[in-house]
Write a protein that binds this ligand. Structure first.
Ligand SMILES: Cc1ncc(COP(=O)(O)O)c(C=O)c1O
Length: 440
C-alpha cells in the first residue's frame, strides 16, 4: 500500500519532476506500485503483463529476490567507495564479464548507463586512433547526452542539434515497410563508398546496434556485420557494438554479435547488465584497444565508476541468467514468439512485417497490402495506432507502440502461456482497430 493516492502520486510527480521526450503539459504517467516477474501493478491494483521489459531492460523479470538480496547486502556492507579503490565485487564482476564478453574483450570501464558507456567508447576510440570522425546509422539510438544524441540517427536528435562535430550518418540496410531491406552486399557497398568519400584516415569508429532496438528491432541481413568488421579492419576504424539493448540474453545469446561470430573492438552495455535494477553501464575493450592506455593517460572518470551497488546487482543478475538457463529459454520462447508473429501475419491484413531474434521482436502494421504504406508515417502517429495503444492499455498489456510498430520484448522468463495471453490481446486489437483501415 502507498501512503499517497494514485492521483496524488501523478500530480506531485508531474508538478515537481520532468518526464522524458514529451511535452509535459499533456503527459499522463501511470502510478505504479509494485512489480514481480513479468507483471507489474498500479497503485489502484490493476495488473499489467509487461511485454516490453519496461525500456527493454528488465531482462530477468521484475524484483528477483536474489538480486534484491545482493543489492541490500552490498548496501549494508559498503554502498559506496571511491572509484580509485579496488573492491571484491569489482574484481569478481570484471573477471566474470571477461568470460562472457565476445572474443578477447576482457577489460571494462563501468559507467552509469548506456549513454555514458557510448560517450566513453567514443572518447576511447578517438584517443586510440588519433582520428576525429565517427560513423553512426540513421535508424539508431545511442543515448541522450551531447555526444550520444549527436550519434543517434533517429528524430530525437533533431531537437538537440547542432550536435557534436564529426558525426557522419549512414543509411541502414533497412529502408521501411515500403522499400524493405538491402542485401548485405548492397548495404556494404554503400558504406564503403561513404568511408572513401569521408576519408578513411579521418574516421575513428563506426558505432552501430548489431540488432537495432527502438528503431524497429532491425535484424541485419546475414553477412552485413561480418562485412562491417572487414571494412573496419581494412581502414583502421574501430567497430563499436552498442549492445545496450541487444545484450544480456535479449536475442538468446549473451550479445547479439555472437549470432554472426563477429568480435567488435569495443562493446557497450547497460540495461540487462543489472536487469535495470540499479543504473549501471560498461564499455568492454579488446587488448588491442586498452593497451594504448598502458602508456597514455585515460582522460575519463566518473564519481560513480564501479559503484558497488551497481556491481553487486550485475554480479547477481548474471548469476540469475546462468542459474535459470535464461539464454536457452529465450531461444525457445523466441521460436514461440516467431510462431505467434507468423499467425498474426497470416491472419491480419494490417500486419505487414514481423521480426524477432530471441525475445527481441516487433510487428509493423501497414494500411495498404500492395504499397505497404505504414499504418503511421515515419516519426508520426495515426488514429489506428493510438486506438491500439488505448486498447492494449485497457486490457493490461504494457508495450511500446512507436509509429507503425508494436514491440514484443517481454522479460526473458516469460512463459508460453504468458506469450499466448499477450498475443491474444494484440490479435483482438488488430481485428478491432487496424484491419478495418486496410485497403488494397
Ligand atoms: C541501443 C541503446 N544505446 C544507448 C541507450 C542509452 O542508454 P541510457 O538510457 O541508459 O543512457 C539506449 C537506451 O535506450 C539504447 O537502446
Amino acid at each position: 500500500m502507498t501512503e499517497l493516492s494514485a492521483e496524488q502520486i501523478v500530480e506531485l510527480s508531474l508538478k515537481h519532476t520532468l518526464y522524458d521526450w514529451q511535452q509535459q503539459g499533456i503527459t499522463r504517467p501511470l502510478a505504479v506500485a509494485s512489480a514481480r516477474g513479468c507483471e507489474f501493478f498500479t497503485v489502484e491494483g490493476k495488473r499489467y503483463l509487461d511485454f516490453n521489459s519496461q525500456l527493454m531492460g528488465v531482462n530477468i523479470g521484475h524484483a528477483d529476490p536474489r538480486v534484491a538480496e545482493a543489492i541490500s547486502e552490498q548496501a549494508r556492507t559498503m554502498p559506496y567507495i571511491t572509484p580509485f579503490a579496488a573492491t571484491e565485487v569489482r574484481a569478481l564482476l570484471g573477471q566474470k564479464l571477461a568470460t562472457i564478453l565476445p572474443g578477447d574483450i576482457d577489460k571494462v570501464f563501468f559507467t552509469l548507463g548506456g549513454a555514458e558507456a557510448n560517450e566513453n567508447a567514443i572518447r576511447i576510440a578517438k584517443a586510440v586512433t588519433g582520428r576525429h570522425k565517427v560513423l553512426a546509422r540513421y535508424r539508431s539510438y545511442h543515448g541522450a547526452t551531447y555526444a550520444t544524441i549527436s550519434l543517434t540517427g533517429d528524430p530525437r536528435r533533431w531537437g538537440n542539434e547542432p550536435g557534436m562535430p564529426g558525426v557522419i550518418h549512414v543509411l541502414d540496410p533497412y529502408h521501411g515497410t515500403e522499400r524493405g531491406t538491402d542485401d548485405a552486399a548492397t548495404a556494404l557497398a554503400y558504406l564503403e563508398e561513404t568511408i572513401m568519400l569521408e576519408g578513411p584516415q579521418t574516421i575513428a569508429a563506426f558505432i552501430l546496434e548489431p540488432v537495432t532496438g527502438t528503431n524497429g528491432i532491425l535484424v541485419p541481413p546475414d553477412g552485413y556485420l561480418q562485412g562491417v568488421r572487414e571494412l573496419c579492419d581494412r581502414h583502421g576504424i574501430l567497430m563499436i557494438a552498442d549492445e545496450v539493448m541487444s545484450g544480456f540474453g535479449r536475442t538468446g545469446e549473451w550479445f547479439a554479435v555472437n549470432h554472426w561470430g563477429v568480435v567488435p573492438d569495443i562493446v557497450t552495455m547497460a540495461k540487462g547488465l543489472t536487469s535495470s535494477y540499479v543504473p549501471l553501464g560498461a564499455v568492454g575493450l579488446r587488448p588491442k584497444v586498452y593497451s594504448y592506455f598502458d602508456e597514455h593517460v585515460f582522460w575519463g572518470g566518473l564519481t560513480y565508476n564501479s559503484h558497488p551497488l551497481g556491481l553487486a546487482a550485475a554480479l547477481a543478475t548474471i548469476r540469475v541468467y546462468e542459474e535459470d538457463g535464461l539464454l536457452e529459454h529465450t531461444r525457445k520462447m523466441g521460436e514461440v514468439m516467431a510462431r505467434h508473429h507468423r499467425e498474426l501475419l497470416d491472419k491480419h491484413a494490417s500486419v505487414g512485417l514481423v521480426r524477432n531474434l530471441g525475445l527481441f521482436g516487433i510487428l509493423e502494421l501497414v494500411r495498404n497490402r500492395q504499397t505497404r504504406e505504414p499504418m503511421a508515417p515515419f516519426n508520426g502517429a495515426s488514429d489506428e495506432m493510438k486506438a491500439i495503444g488505448t486498447f492494449l492499455d485497457e486490457k493490461g498489456l504494457f508495450t511500446m507502440i512507436r509509429w507503425n510498430g508494436i514491440m514484443t520484448n517481454p522479460p526473458l522468463p516469460i512463459t508460453e502461456e504468458q506469450l499466448a495471453e499477450g498475443f491474444a490481446i494484440i490479435d483482438e486489437a488488430l481485428t478491432l482497430h487496424a484491419d478495418p483501415a486496410v485497403t488494397g
